[in-house]
Design a protein around this ligand. Structure first.
Ligand SMILES: Cc1cc2nc3c(=O)[nH]c(=O)nc-3n(C[C@H](O)[C@H](O)[C@H](O)COP(=O)(O)OP(=O)(O)OC[C@H]3O[C@@H](n4cnc5c(N)ncnc54)[C@H](O)[C@@H]3O)c2cc1C
Length: 386
């Protein structure tokens, strides 16, 4: 077991860090203020720089590197801005990976290279007004009529809602109850019958547009089926990778916060000496460092154990849950250590705390991850309904 990155990984991480510091950091505050997502031009630049589809196979326009490489880049981008890192998240661990893995060849070729080239944004739409943690209660339905699928229903909290070019939509595709009847389809922006709710105003995630989606008799070609009814397990397997991305976005808020705080506490003086000279501050810094390193190692373990396939549910849930919790805690300490400046919107700390909080709800709430962890530990599922 070797915990060191190899030379190529170190070089990729350094390149991502340099690009993020020089190119993204100057855009972060304005992205937050305006809530505007990264421009199409900037996303194409990410692609040209080799920062999209890092772990997607070269056959579909990716770089063909591993999950770990993708997460190294994601952390460096995420330290500067979660919103500006979002295209990396989407292209490396997002719903497009379910298309790459499970869809038919025509749909793969239609969508995946476009995402890797920065030409297409693809979002995922699972949650509904009455189906959040209880995802298998979802009611959006696709019905086969002749040579078409017809989609009806309402989705909620879609990151990218109203902005993305296409959506991976979890829906009922048979009359089988619960998970058995669930599959997923791909729907493109502009499909007649697809409309959006008002843009959501969230506590964080500014620059990641979010809205409801409404499907009113949307017609889809047969080859827009990603997985048919009965494919819920496959969708969840692809989601194990998304969990590692979610964990990394949380980690990035924490590790970015600590980097800034280390500089701040050495510079800021009170009682005639730098803050770092107070032992209570030293202990806090050490605690922050320990938690960040532990979270990073759990994420890397999940990524590497997957051998560039899809991670194990236990590894990815442990990593996400731990990273979600420590991200909130570490960012909270960072705000406190920066005093009034930490609380001011002139500085990125309060943004990091708000963004960190969101990752512990998105992609499955922290306590739901804990239920998954316990279930994997004892080798059975816990029915939440009985
Ligand atoms: C920033 C953000 C981005 C998101 N992006 C997307 C997206 O792109 N696509 C998408 O489909 N969805 C997205 N979501 C929705 C997200 O997946 C849901 O919010 C999440 O699954 C929780 O569902 P809920 O909000 O309905 O909360 P609920 O299911 O109502 O749960 C609320 C709380 O109740 C508790 N709880 C519920 N059930 C249990 C249980 N069985 N055991 C113990 N505790 C329980 C938990 O503490 C939980 O946090 C996003 C959410 C956020 C905040």
């Amino acid at each position: 077991m070797d915990f060191r990155l190899n030379d190529e990984q170190v070089a990729l991480q350094a390149a991502a860090r340099k690009y993020a510091r020089e190119r993204l950091l100057p855009l972060a505050a304005e992205t937050e203020r305006s809530g505007t997502p990264p421009s199409a031009e900037l996303i194409r630049e990410y692609a040209r720089m080799g920062f999209l589809g890092i772990n997607v196979s070269a056959e579909y326009g990716g770089l063909g590197l591993g999950n770990l490489e993708a997460l190294l880049v994601l952390e460096e981008f995420g330290k500067c801005s979660a919103a500006l890192a979002f295209p990396v998240f989407e292209s490396c661990v997002g719903p497009v990976r379910a298309i790459e893995r499970f869809a038919n060849e025509a749909l793969r070729k239609k969508v995946v290279p476009g995402v890797c080239a920065g030409e297409l944004i693809v979002a995922v739409s699972m949650s509904e007004p009455q189906a959040g943690s209880a995802l298998t209660d979802l009611a959006t339905r696709a019905e086969k009529r002749g040579d078409r699928w017809v989609l009806n229903g309402t989705k909620r909290w879609c990151s990218g809602g109203g902005h993305a070019d296409g959506y991976v939509v979890y829906c009922r595709m048979s009359d089988d109850p619960g998970a058995k009847g669930i599959g997923a389809v791909y729907i493109e922006k502009g499909t007649p019958g697809l409309s959006y709710g008002r843009p959501e105003s969230l506590m964080g995630f500014r620059g990641v547009p979010s809205s409801d989606l409404y499907f009113d008799g949307c017609e889809l070609p047969l080859d827009h089926v990603i997985v048919p009814a009965g494919g819920f397990r496959k969708l969840m397997e692809a989601f194990d990778l998304e969990r590692c991305g979610n964990a990394t976005m949380g980690l990035a808020q924490a590790s970015g916060a600590l980097e800034d705080v280390i500089a701040y506490v050495q510079e800021r003086k009170q009682f005639g000496k730098p803050l770092v000279d107070f032992q209570a501050v030293q202990l806090r810094l050490a605690e922050m460092q320990m938690k960040i390193e532990a979270a990073r190692l759990l994420i890397w373990r999940a990524a590497v154990n997957a051998q560039n396939g899809l991670p194990d549910v236990l590894d990815s849930s442990v990593a996400k849950c731990f990273a979600n919790e420590i991200a909130r805690e570490v960012c909270g300490h960072a705000v406190q250590l920066m005093g009034g400046y930490g609380y001011s919107q002139e500085y990125p700390m309060e943004r990091r705390l708000r963004d960190a909080w969101g990752w512990g709800i998105a992609g499955g709430a922290i306590d739901i991850q804990k239920v998954n962890i316990a279930a994997a530990m004892v080798g059975r599922r816990f029915d939440q309904r009985r």
